[in-house]
Design a protein around this ligand. Sequence first.
Ligand code: GAP
Length: 448
Amino acid sequence: MPADRDMERIVSLCKRRGFVFPSSEIYGGLASCWDYGPMGAELKRNVKNAWWKAMVQERADVVGLDTSIMMHPEVWVASGHVQGFTDPLVECRACHLRWRADEIKSQRCPSCGGELTEPRMFNLMFKTSMGPVEEEGSTIYLRPETAQGIFVNFENVVTTSRKKIPLGIAQIGKSFRNEITTGNFLFRTREFEQFELEYFVKPGTDGEWLDYWVKERFDWYVKLGMRKENLRLREHDKDELAHYARACYDIDYLFPMGWSELEGIANRGDFDLVQHARQSGRDLSYYDAEAGEKYVPYVIEPSGGVDRSVLAFLIDAYDEEEVEGEKRTVVHLHPSLAPIKVAVLPLSRNERLTPLAREVHKQLSPGFMTDYDDSQSIGRRYRRQDEIGTPFCVTIDFESLEDKQVTIRDRDSLAQIRVPIEELPKTLEAKLKGEAFDASSLWAAREK
Ligand code: GAP
């Protein structure tokens, strides 16, 4: 890992290159809320697409869902969130800052040293009211996890999808938690996105499926270029398990502030379906026609944070190196995650080069997210593309006018090859798709 990798450099890169901006910045920002800029929006979408492809598209046993953020308030009674989704909160009697009691080491305020109140349990769900009149009974919550939208639709999905158990239901969407303390950039915020799979299995097979999903999820990050040595698995102790979990593993990432959770894979047993059956009065058991058996399935849940993954992918890909005596900042994102796949760069803005360069851009943009940039020196434009992680730059020079060939520059090796314009889409496709981008060999070569 490069020694100079720290969060401030990532935050600064994100601002400088349009990945992430503070929310409502012209009003001074809003604590722990962030907006994704043009590059960040692409990166985040690519992370979600990669997840959806691996978890839904490429599997016959998983279907997708997109449920509402606001749900019937009884959902959160059944799920245990109204009663138990709390953190212990203490407040400083002097400066009134609030802290999570389980996260501070001493009995005094970490900011001013003042005396703290006794801890009280603080519910993390955001409350609002539905309809024009704020009255009792109109209180609803913003969902703190997407999972419950899946559980309450279990019956709908089983009856309409013609799938049998084991069956997974996947969802990506926003969740909200009124966290007492936030921070570390995108790591802990009050509004965030999750990707969650609820994988319904026959009781008794849950142990095997938990192991299976832990491995699948760990490998997903590695396949997308994250270095193995920056990932680890951690099993939860019995006393730290969530109220619904029988067992849980965290995939931790080595963030600049230390090892922290990237994703959790939990065995939720039959907790949720049993609770919802009880609260709603609906029978949520499953009938296995082949075996002639009826049972309430157990659930294995890989649950990750989109924003946390975006942050981890960026940190992992970030590098500073020296090239011919000059510092180069480069983000070695996996090509499938890179916001821009190819940049078209005419050597200069010029009435002879511009039409050809525009033509090349038009040829490439239906197939790839393509940038076009003809301002400033070519060196500065390469630097910008390196910083946003663009795998390939296509340069059009005066020779191109004669021989109808252009140069492809490779972000990682800096190798340049010349190819005929008509072969450009095919060549880039082959390079982007496969000639497998192997992050571990890239980093191994770099660290030598
Ligand atoms: N349905 C289970 C569940 O929500 P969780 O461990 O509370 O489990 C799952 O959350 C993932 O959601 C975490 O691993 C993390 O990546 C992400 N996440 C949770 N709270 C977050 C927050 N305040 N900010 C950003 N991401 C968060």
